[in-house]
Design a protein around this ligand. Structure first.
Ligand code: GDP
Ligand code: IMO
Ligand code: MG
Length: 447
């Protein structure tokens, strides 16, 4: 595939994660030199389907599947070093060698055993009603330690063995005391086990750890193109999402400044990704959720089971209220609307255009979770289609009702829909407008 120079771009989720960011990043990748993760950690699960092969990446930027791309894990990512090594090894077994093309920020924080244990203890203590439904990957506790500062470990700390040993021993003692006080058990923590894992990580990742901020600035100055790969989704953003049912990082393009050390104004193309319906895993409000046969059918047809945890995803109609909100927050220049094929066969398809709550009509997302939970969706129904879409390769060849559906969403959100997904494979993607100069969709997935 021909490589073209491209403006710095961010791909990010418009919803509660799992929108198909991996697929869009994979498609764009040949036009970029460097792919950068700037938020989240191993809570992410980004899927790429190439022919009969499926890859699910958690900590590595999806772009590393392209051997021309350098992958960067920025300072805003929280890295479980053992999970990262397992991911690198699993790819090597499949003949994808990333070790020489990966750079990890020396400012990035490490997710250690006690973070994962705390994630589980705190969810258990919150009970079925109060829990967030986290991925149990230690994300929240690690970001909390980062903000607390005195109990954090960064990659830069791995350079000084003596200081690191003292630091980890002190942190583990403090964690045991706080777990005992809060949860009635000390989590069976062992400082030496943590130190052994850190030593293993330091040994194997030493050559990958560097000042990625400087690396990215030099890359920008020398004319390289950067692709920023958001993890999670804007409705899970710690500031702007359905708090407290969110993750602990800044999940949209606004996270790039903090999470990659690159001035966000450098990044001029902002591609939000959404499904043609909504999904959510974990707890939290979901106004358009379908707890009926149609929701079940979407889950079955769309294979809506978590990439990281395998949990069934909750499914519902497309929500123009949340998507307008995320479009405004992010300043999205383009929208990728995926999974149109999953809706094939439905008589009619609902789109939520506003909420009804406490006698008022709401057109934007309220801050209060209990208010969102009380909201009823105002649904506009559009006619469905029966045709199979997976072999369609041009937008104009889609059935009229499918095109009308896409065009209606474009009008409701006010962002051009430049990418349309009609199947999981690389080749099952339709590109419209200017983006056609950047993205070349392979005719067959093996191209
Ligand atoms: P991410 O976390 O945003 O990268 O999304 P995930 O990989 O967790 O989940 C998206 C799922 O949808 C994956 O299984 C993709 O292979 C699949 N997918 C992406 N686009 C399409 C599409 O247009 N149609 C169908 N049927 N599946 C798609
Ligand atoms: P990708 O990048 C879907 C959800 C969890 C939970 C909440 C908090 O694959 O889209 P955490 O473990 O982050 O503390 O969990 O956020 N969540 C995701 N849901 N896709 C993700 O990532 C997610 N990352 C976090 O299910 O509700
Ligand atoms: Mg995912």
């Amino acid at each position: 595939m021909a490589r073209k120079r491209s403006e710095h771009t961010c791909v990010f989720g418009f919803g509660w994660g799992d929108e198909g960011k991996g697929k869009v990043v994979d498609l764009l990748c040949p036009a970029f030199d460097i792919v950068v993760r700037f938020n989240g950690g191993a809570n992410a699960g980004h899927t790429v389907c190439v022919g009969s092969e499926t890859f699910a990446l958690h900590l590595l930027p999806t772009g590393v599947l392209h051997e021309t791309a350098v992958g960067v894990i920025g300072p805003g990512v929280v890295v479980d070093p053992i999970a990262l090594l397992a991911e690198i090894d699993a790819l090597a077994v499949r003949s994808v060698d990333v070790a020489d093309r990966l750079k990890i920020s020396d400012r990035a924080h490490l997710v250690l055993d006690y973070h994962k244990i705390e994630d589980q203890l705190s969810e258990r203590a919150a009970g079925a009603e109060g829990k967030i439904g986290t991925t149990a990957r230690g994300i929240g506790p690690c970001y909390a330690d980062k903000m607390r500062r005195t109990t954090a470990v960064r990659f830069a700390d791995l350079l000084d063995d003596k200081e690191l040993t003292l630091r980890v021993r002190r942190i583990v003692e403090a964690k045991k005391a706080s777990f005992s006080a809060m949860y009635g058990e000390d989590g069976d923590l062992n400082a030496q086990t943590v130190l052994d894992k850190l030593a293993q990580a330091a040994e194997r990742l030493r050559s990958n750890v560097c000042d990625t901020t400087r690396f990215l600035h030099e890359a920008i100055e020398s004319g390289k193109s950067l692709l920023f790969e958001g993890a999670n989704g804007i409705l899970l953003d710690v500031d702007h999402g359905t708090y407290p049912y969110v993750t602990s990082s800044s999940t949209g393009p606004h996270g790039i400044g903090a999470g990659a050390g690159v001035p966000p104004q450098c990044v001029t193309r902002l591609i939000g990704v959404s499904k043609a319906y909504s999904t959510r895993v974990g707890s939290g409000p979901f106004v358009t959720e379908l707890k009926d046969e149609i929701g079940e059918r979407i889950r079955r047809q769309g294979r809506e089971f978590g990439t990281t945890t395998g949990r069934p995803r909750r499914c519902g109609w497309f929500d123009a209220v949340t998507c307008r909100y995320t479009a405004q927050l992010s300043g999205a220049t383009d929208l990728a609307l995926l999974h149109l094929d999953t809706l094939t066969g439905l008589e009619e398809i609902g789109v939520c255009v506003a909420y009804r709550c406490d006698g008022q009509t709401l057109r934007t997302l309220p801050a209060s979770v209990s208010r969102i939970e009380r909201a009823e969706p105002i649904i506009e129904f559009l006619p469905g289609w029966r045709e199979e879409l997976r072999s369609v390769r041009q937008f104009e060849d889609l059935p009229k009702n499918t095109r009308d559906y896409v065009n209606r969403i474009e009008v409701l959100i006010g962002v051009p829909i430049s990418i349309v997904g009609v199947g999981p494979d690389r080749s099952q993607t339709l590109v419209r407008g200017e983006l056609r100069d950047v993205v070349q969709v392979p005719e067959s997935s093996l191209a």
